[in-house]
Design a protein around this ligand. Structure first.
Ligand SMILES: [Zn+2]
Length: 245
């Protein structure tokens, strides 16, 4: 019997290549309901599979729209759905400021004017694990785009360790995120293009042993990776695919 379930509601990149939704990965176990990232198109992706009210918390890797841009839509939809349970958010230091900016850009007539039907808490994630959505979540810096405050996540759930790269180029910091994970969820925007902000599949394979992860699944697949999925020697996610730990 599996202890934890990882469901990829959104497995796409920033450009929704292949028609995939932006990042949204549900971690669930008895007493645990945590979404890892909530990109701009996450809400419809969530609603295809579950009632958003079942999500207790959202952990954000970094402040790019395809990773946190859906939170504003999630919150306003939950307000009008009559949510009463609190929503807990965790992410980089500027998460709160960036959410306030998004709220005022998108729905200035609502946010700050209409009292929310439920409470929203926001915490900064760091190297010391915090309780979030029933799991223990730590965030470690990775190399991506500095202004986005990029982090990888380490999530302890039901005795298992789930690690998630967020967006990251190869670095020792990325290896520290993955180390010892039962499942390492790694972005694969590119197959072999060298990019200053993203690891590619070839680089990941070259550094595979340094990661020390028991199992790796690819997500955030871009057009180049999607065109060559038959060549992948690692598991990869599609929207809706589920992994049991
Ligand atoms: Zn990014």
């Amino acid at each position: 019997m599996s202890a934890a379930t990882i469901r990829f509601l959104g497995s796409g990149n920033a450009f929704s290549d292949g028609g995939r939704a932006n990042a949204a990965i549900l971690v669930s176990a008895p007493g645990v309901s945590l979404l890892l990232d909530c990109g701009g198109s996450a809400l419809p992706a969530i609603k295809k599979h579950l009632d958003p009210a079942a999500i207790d918390a959202i952990a954000v890797t970094h402040l790019h729209g395809d990773h946190f841009g859906g939170i504003t839509y999630f919150v306003i939809a939950q307000h009008f759905a009559g949510r009463k349970r609190p929503l807990h958010l965790g992410g980089p230091p500027s998460l709160s400021a960036r959410l306030r900016a998004a709220e005022q850009a998108l729905y200035p007539d609502f946010f700050g004017r209409v009292p929310l039907a439920f409470s929203v808490s926001e915490v900064v994630l760091g190297a010391s694990a915090l309780d979030l959505g029933g799991a223990k979540v730590a965030a470690l810096p990775v190399r991506h785009v500095r202004l986005a405050e990029p982090h990888g996540l380490r999530v302890e759930v039901a005795g298992k360790l789930v690690a998630y790269s967020g967006d990251a180029r190869w670095s020792e910091e990325l290896a520290a995120v993955a180390r010892g994970a039962d499942l390492f969820i790694c972005e694969a925007s590119f197959f072999d293009t060298e990019d200053p902000s993203h690891i590619n599949y070839r680089q990941l394979m070259a550094h595979r042993d340094e990661l020390g992860a028991k199992r790796i699944v690819l997500t955030h697949l871009g057009a180049e990776t999607l065109a060559r999925v038959r060549e992948l020697e690692l598991e990869y996610a599609t929207d809706g695919s589920t992994f049991e730990l």
